[in-house]
Design a protein around this ligand. Structure first.
Ligand SMILES: Cc1ncc(C[n+]2csc(CCOP(=O)(O)OP(=O)(O)O)c2C)c(N)n1
Length: 322
């Protein structure tokens, strides 16, 4: 099916925005030293967030992991409050308490980021159960890595979602590495999608650097879920072009491998196809790039000019168990 011009523009915009946002983060944390703590980026993997979120409605829920920036931006998170949060500022989407690793943007139905590897999967089952119970016409998407597919939570979540035919889409971003471990070092199962059969659900493999393919697979899985047929597992084959985090020198990733995947970058892939089909002109592409760069610069300015939280706010909005 031909993906509409508007959808392709939407995906291109979120791809460019995510890349520009994270390029700014590299500069801010590695060069300028302005952002402390761990910085985990999705450079090269942006087509997964863009393609998936373009197939969702605003009411659909996403649960994401430590590599969340492109998922959240593609779901519609405000770059200003996201950037301010990453700076730890009071104007951030979580008032400076989450930083980059625990971002939550409930206003776009991205209620939490969990950095517990595999932790999002059972939560997604719970959200999808609530959607079904309330008879909503919405779905839940769970983004997770190939490493998470080896956690017990993955298997429990898929089993229950299948048993109860829940409206959930499991999106595995197989970027070939889990930390410093290559895919073959943590499982003998060739494809994560092969595991879907064990839970009587479809398992689809898509080129994770092709936003259009990811969009189409998600659209089909969403229709299936809304039709009461239950969950789908989508494995997006992609690559982690940077280290696990920005302090990781990537000694274990062969240079030629990084180079090969850099050449498969999802951004030129989409705009190359759009240019070839006459869906965008070179001038429009330049203007779109300038627009997202302006948004990111504005977000950085907003974050820098914002105050840090006051010490007395430390115990506000936190759960205190007694
Ligand atoms: C339960 C748990 N075990 C270990 C870790 C440490 N850890 C953080 S990220 C990561 C690798 C995760 O790999 P993957 O799921 O493939 O996601 P990717 O980082 O490749 O996006 C590990 C082991 C953790 N956060 N949680």
């Amino acid at each position: 099916m031909q993906v509409s011009k508007d959808k392709q523009w939407e995906m291109l915009r979120t791809l460019l925005l995510a890349r520009s946002f994270e390029d700014a983060l590299v500069e801010l944390c590695k060069v300028q030293g302005k952002i402390p703590g761990m910085m985990i980026l999705c450079t090269g993997q942006e087509a997964v967030g863009s393609g998936v979120c373009a197939a969702l409605s605003p009411e659909d829920v996403i649960l994401t992991n430590h590599r969340s920036h492109s998922h959240l931006l593609a779901k519609g998170a405000d770059p200003r409050t996201l950037m301010a949060e990453i700076y730890g500022k009071a104007t951030g989407c979580n008032r400076g308490k989450s930083g980059t690793l625990h971002l939550a943007v409930p206003e776009v139905n991205a209620p939490c980021t969990t950095t517990v590897v595999g932790g999002g999967l059972p939560l997604a089952v719970g959200f999808a159960f609530a959607q079904m119970y309330r008879q909503e016409r919405t779905v839940t998407v769970c983004f997770f890595g190939d490493g998470a597919a080896d956690e017990g939570s993955f298997h429990e979540a898929l089993n229950l979602a299948s048993l109860w035919k829940l409206p959930v889409i499991f999106v595995c971003e197989n970027n070939l590495y889990a930390g410093a471990q290559r895919y073959e070092e943590h499982t003998r199962v060739q494809n994560v999608a092969d595991r879907a059969g064990a839970y009587a659900m479809p398992g689809e493999i898509v080129d994770g650097n092709d936003a259009l393919a990811v969009y189409e697979a998600t659209r089909r899985a969403r229709e299936r879920a809304l039709g009461g047929l239950g969950p789908t597992l989508i494995e997006c084959k992609t690559y982690r072009c940077r280290g696990h985090g920005e302090s990781d020198p990537q000694h274990y990733q062969p240079r030629e491998e990084i180079q090969m995947w850099t050449e498969k970058c999802p951004l030129p892939r989409l705009h190359g196809e759009m240019l070839a089909q006459g869906l965008i002109t070179p001038q429009e592409l330049e203007a779109l790039q300038a627009e997202v760069d302006r948004l990111v610069q504005d977000a950085v300015r907003f974050a820098e000019e914002s105050p840090y939280p006051e010490p007395h706010e430390a115990l506000e909005d936190v759960l205190v168990a007694s």
